[in-house]
Design a binder for this molecule. Structure first.
Ligand SMILES: [Zn+2]
Length: 158
């Protein structure tokens, strides 16, 4: 499979589809900053609860997306939860991948949270993955205050 080009009208010039890698900095906001700081400094996973909606968001939100309440409460969540669904990435794609394929990505509902939390899955063969299994966060030793301070989720040990 090669790069496809197409002519621009009848000018004889060619156009090629391409991508630009663009470094950028984004502001994590109040909720994101606290979330990442707690991961780094305390190995703690925090979400926010909207009392009127009785929902706990992870990653935490500053404003409830349903009722727009801005007075959400901080809630410390468990490191463990249930794998809702998953996929196994087997191919290299252009851009950044969190690790060399094959690797598994899952949506985890941590105990105490209402929303699913997307993350890497580890210490399990892809063939043994199953929705509904219990998983537990594995924290990096050299945490940096980012999403991958949780290295991955592994099957919960009895
Ligand atoms: Zn709400």
């Amino acid at each position: 499979m090669g790069i496809r080009s197409e002519e621009l009208g009848n000018t004889g010039t060619l156009m090629y589809p391409s991508r630009i890698k663009l470094p950028y900095i984004w502001h994590a906001g109040k909720a994101g900053s606290r979330f990442y700081r707690e991961l780094k400094e305390n190995r703690a996973i925090w979400g926010t609860r909207c009392s009127p909606c009785n929902r706990v968001f992870l990653p935490p939100r500053e404003v409830c997306p349903r009722c727009l309440d801005e007075n959400l409460d901080w809630v410390r969540l468990s490191d463990s939860g249930t794998l809702l669904t998953y996929t196994v990435v087997r191919y290299h794609v252009p851009g950044i991948q969190p690790q060399e394929p094959p690797y598994a990505l899952g949506i985890i509902k941590l105990d105490g949270a209402t929303s699913g939390f997307p993350h890497l899955l580890g210490e399990i063969e892809p063939e043994r993955l199953k929705a509904g299994i219990r998983v537990q966060a594995v924290f990096r030793e050299d945490r940096r205050g980012d999403y991958l301070d949780i290295q991955y989720f592994r099957p919960e040990k009895p």
